[in-house]
Structures are given as C-alpha cells and as structure tokens.
Design a protein. Structure first.
Length: 404
C-alpha cells in the first residue's frame, strides 16, 4: 500500500509538471499571437574567419538574438541557424540547438567548417559575373515552444576585384635577346591587352594580345610564347602557345595568345590568401622563342612581367564591424607612399612595378532594425612601366608616340 501511495503521488507530480509546462507553452504562444509577448528576433550578425587548414576554413559567427520579453526563453528549446552564400554558391551553414535566450540581447556563438573545395565553384561565378561577388548571410531563430521561426533581414556584402585590366597598356617596352653578336633591342612590344576568356568549371582562360614591332631589317619568327602564373607563389597555371608569326623587318604584327588558370589549384591559393591576411599577389611571367637570322633564342620577356596585388575583406571583419552596413573603402597602394583621393572615400597610390588593390565592397545590412545602408567604393588605378605612367584608354588603345 505504501508503494502504491508513493507511485500515485509521483505520478501526480509528473502529471502536474507536464500540465504546468503545457499551460506555460499555451500561455506563451497565446501571448505572442495576441501581441502581449514579443517574438524573438535577430539583432545583428558578425562573421570572421578562424583556423584555416589545407582542406577546411573555419567561419565564426556571432548572432545577436533579441528577446523583448521580461523573461528568458528556453522552454521547449530555441535553435539558431544561418546560411552563407557567395553568388548563390553555398559556402557554409550551421545550426545551434538548445539555446537559452535571456531578456534583452544575447550573443549566440556558432562555428562551422567550410570545405575549401567550394572555392573553385565560387571563383567561376566571380569571374563570370564580371569579377563581382554578392556574399549573403541569412539567419533565423526558431522556438519549439511557439512552433515558429523568426527570420532576420539578410546581410549582404558586395565584393569586386579587377585582376587583368591593368595589363592593358600602350607603353612601348623593349625586347632584348641578350645574346652575343646581336644588338638589342631586337623588338618592341608597343601594346598589350587582356580579357577573360570563356570560363569553365576546370579552367579560367585569359586572352592576351601583343602588338610587336620588329626593330631589325631581317624577318623575325616568333614560334612560341610561354607563361607562368602564380598567386602568392603558388603556381596556378603554366604553358606555351605556338604562334608561328613572321614579322617582317621594321613592321608591326599583332599576336594573340592564351593563358590558363587551373581552377583545381584555387583551393590551395585560397588557404594562402587567408593566411596572408586576405592579400594575394598575382604574377604572370612570359618568355618568347624567336628565330632571327637563322638563330633561335629563348628570350625572357621581363619587361612584360605582370604583377598585381589584391586585398579583400570578404566578411568585413578586417576593419570596423559590419553590423549596421559599414563598407570598407577600396585602396590601391604602391611603393612611393603617396596617396590621392578620388572623391569617393577610396584612396589610390601610384607604383612603378606593382599595383595593390583592395576589393571594392558595397554592403547592405538591415539587421539593426533601421533602414538599409548602401555604401559603394570603386578602385582607380594606372598601369606603370619605368618612369612613365599610362592610363588604360580602352582594350586596344594606341599610343601615337610609341615606336611602330
């Protein structure tokens, strides 16, 4: 009888507790539906990169959950989830269950791993989109008690780069054979231009054009133009194009050739980019195989070496917080230390050998409950060689003062 009484009392307590939980759930749900209690929401999102390995990139996310009620919410469990996309390419997502949210604002910390093999797919979308990327973060809070999800307004960042246009130049550059009994220069490259080719999932071609003037009387045969492409000293492409161009003495010919970035190497580049504080040096070295007066020479085209340093702030974590729509200015930096303003908030510096560019960002954030803020900056730059500076006047612009 004693055991039966204890079971009866215990069962009664469990039933009472269950009833209380059920009643509280109904009260809370009813309070929200009637407007007596406020619905929780997302007040802000901050993202940053964490540890980077050969295969994965850690993304750390702090989500501010706003609870307008005078009591905390944990009954029935609260979960927070988010998704990160770049040009609609899924990069990372995560969910945290069993979150207890106090009154006012609470910060929920989430960590997820992004597979680096997602980078080539994003790169293809970036180049196909004119070197522009829209990064989007979507977050939501779900209460099992209320049986509802509350979505935050998405946060977006727009990132732009300009990797190849600086190759467009009308500055004459000498080609030296550096061989005995051959007077230099043997030729001049009067113009260069570059544009992206048709990007595929496996390769990113760059179409190049050289206008070459034969400084000699005898015909010159350019049988091959070779190249090596590195990004942060990581080889991402190399090869040679057979041209078979014959340039008669004191005449000019236009030579088209093609270089290729192997997309499979880009996840390795990505690791170097993040470990180098999101800074990359792109470098393209050229050589030519030339037949002149019965002799064949392999000539390094040092004057045509192309370098460009690009800096990004993909998640907006290098400068000020992205919460509220702040956008980081884009800057082009060089070696002479001077800065000029283009009136847009961006600063530019001129350099003799290397151009450094922060990617343009245009961020829209509406998670603070206010109106969306759009701030965009653009980069301006000039290609330089020696002591002279030439402005890009178009893809195939001519310099009338050049050697022809």
């Amino acid at each position: 009888m004693g055991l039966s009484l204890k079971s009866t009392l215990l069962g009664s307590k469990i039933r009472i507790l269950f009833s209380v939980v059920l009643v509280l759930g109904v009260v809370v749900a009813g309070g929200v539906s009637l407007g007596v209690l406020g619905a929780p929401g997302v007040g802000g999102i901050d993202n940053s990169f964490g540890n980077v390995t050969e295969n994965t990139t850690e993304i750390r996310t702090d989500i501010t959950v706003s609870n307008p009620n005078p009591v905390g919410i944990s009954l029935g469990g609260v979960s927070v989830s988010y998704d990160v996309t770049m040009n609609d390419v899924a990069m990372a997502n995560g969910t945290k269950e069993g979150v207890s949210v106090g009154t006012g604002n609470s910060t929920v910390e989430l960590t997820t791993l992004m597979a680096n093999d997602r980078i080539p797919a994003w790169w293809v979308s970036h180049v196909r989109n004119g070197e522009r990327t829209t990064l989007r973060v979507d977050a939501s809070v779900r209460s099992a008690t209320l049986g509802r999800s509350f979505d935050a307004p998405p946060v977006t960042r727009r990132i732009s780069t300009d990797l190849v246009s600086q190759f467009n130049s009308t500055e004459p550059r000498p080609v030296n054979a550096s061989q005995p009994l051959v007077s230099d220069p043997v030729a001049y490259v009067n113009e260069t231009s570059a544009r992206w080719g048709e990007v595929t999932s496996s390769e990113t071609p760059i179409a190049l054009r050289f206008e070459v003037y034969n400084a000699k009387t005898l015909p010159m045969v350019i049988t091959e133009i070779g190249y090596d492409i590195t990004m942060n000293d990581i080889e991402v492409g190399s090869g040679a194009s057979r041209t078979g161009h014959v340039i008669e003495g004191h005449t000019t010919e236009t030579i088209d050739t093609r270089t290729v970035i192997r997309n499979a190497k880009l996840d390795e580049w990505w690791v170097s980019h993040l470990k180098n504080d999101q800074v990359t040096e792109l470098r393209i070295d050229f050589y030519a195989r030339v037949e002149l007066a019965g002799e064949t020479f392999r000539i390094p085209l040092d004057e045509l070496t192309y370098t460009k340093t690009v800096e990004t702030d993909i998640l907006g974590s290098k400068g000020e917080s992205t919460d509220g729509g702040e956008s980081n200015d884009a800057t082009t930096t060089g070696s002479d230390g001077s800065e000029t303003s283009d009136g847009s908030g961006a600063t530019t510096e001129e350099s003799t050998a290397t151009t450094t560019e922060k990617a343009t960002t245009d961020e829209t954030a509406t998670t603070d409950g206010g109106s969306a803020t759009d701030e965009s900056t653009t980069t301006t730059g000039e290609s330089t060689t020696g002591d002279e500076t030439t402005t890009d006047d178009g893809l195939f612009a001519r310099d009338p003062s050049g050697v022809r």
